[in-house]
Design a protein around this ligand. Structure first.
Ligand code: ZEM
Length: 295
């Protein structure tokens, strides 16, 4: 009918329910990993959301997740982003199903879905990012270099507007996933459960004895006991720097505190550089896990 035709032509603003559908599609795709890594695309998608957001510079207001500039060269080719084509290609499938979502919203929502589906805390999230153009790409060097020390970590994360507590909470995401020698040069997982979000990263940092790995690759640490776990030099700094250590110890001792602080810091990270008037909701939403929706 004419009414149906005109209705179809009206471009309706997507609702929270529409984004929950995208979340659900992402959640199912994360699980279709089979032979890939530890059986989940969750960790690489968390890293995609982080690298899409962590380019933010508070002084110039440039970078961040708003324009999804990692779609373009040279940002897609920056060494820090090695391997993230895996996450971007997965999200392309979702984009085809929901062409109305912006890439920035899609990638950050995927990070939220990955954390929540891997048993992590709820991450408040709302849409509003818009797609930018190639001239919006950020310069190389805005993301952290794992070979460096406390000063570098502070330089990078203070530039985004984070404090020491938030820095330590965010790096706890290394409970997830692994390093790949063909991506970063480093090798191995941080924890024994790389597809479950826990505070094990901090526990292991303090409970295990860490020794330098003897190999031809970049300097990294391994646990003395099994030799199967790893820490980056920047991870180990969290036990050496007085201020970082205070928070790392607190998160090792209190998983609830870590979940609460990680959620707040990660939600903040995902909104860096997005002008507040672009957000469609005045407050971020809490989306449900697949498990919760079964009830
Ligand atoms: Zn990471 N990270 N990261 N990180 N990261 C890797 C992997 C993952 C640093 C870093 O150089 C590396 C944060 C902070 C910092 C994740 C999440 C978050 C890898 C291995 C390196 C080298 C890449 C590879 O080889 O595939 C440094 C130096 C950081 C700060 C000082 C923050 C903040 C994160 C999120 C909140 C995740 C989930 C992974 C695992 C990716 C995967 O594919 O398994």
């Amino acid at each position: 009918s004419a009414i149906q035709a005109s209705k179809a032509a009206v471009k309706l603003t997507p609702t929270k329910e529409d984004y929950q559908k995208v979340y659900n599609t992402i959640a199912h795709i994360l699980d279709e990993a089979e032979e890939y890594d530890d059986g989940s695309f969750g960790p690489v998608v968390v890293r995609l959301a982080w690298h899409a957001s962590g380019t933010y510079d508070k002084t110039t207001g440039t970078g961040g997740s708003n324009y999804a500039t990692m779609r373009f060269e040279p940002e897609s080719l920056h060494a820090a982003n090695n391997g993230l084509h895996v996450g971007r290609e997965l999200m392309e499938k979702v984009k085809q199903q929901y062409p109305w979502i912006s890439y920035g919203d899609l990638w950050t929502l995927a990070g939220v879905a990955a954390i929540q589906e891997m048993a992590g805390p709820k991450i408040p999230w709302r849409p509003g990012r818009i797609d930018g153009v190639a001239s919006n790409v950020t310069p190389d060097g805005r993301l952290p270099d794992a070979t460096q020390g406390a000063q570098h970590i502070r330089d990078i994360f203070y530039r985004m507007g984070f404090n020491d507590q938030e820095i330590v909470a965010l790096i706890g995401a290394h409970a997830l996933g692994r390093c790949h020698s063909d991506r970063s040069g480093f090798e191995g997982p941080w924890t024994f459960s790389p597809t479950t979000f826990t505070n094990d990263f901090y526990k292991l940092l303090f409970e295990e004895k860490w020794v330098w790995k003897k190999w031809s690759g970049p300097k990294q640490l391994q646990d003395k006991k099994t030799g199967t776990l790893m820490m980056l030099p920047t991870d180990y700094v969290l036990t050496q720097d007085k201020s970082f250590k205070k928070y790392a110890k607190a998160y090792a001792d209190d998983q609830d505190l870590f979940f609460k602080d990680f959620s707040a810091a990660f939600a903040k990270l995902l909104e860096l550089g997005v002008p507040s008037q672009q957000f469609v909701a005045s407050e971020p939403w809490i989306l449900q896990t697949l498990e919760e929706q079964k009830a």
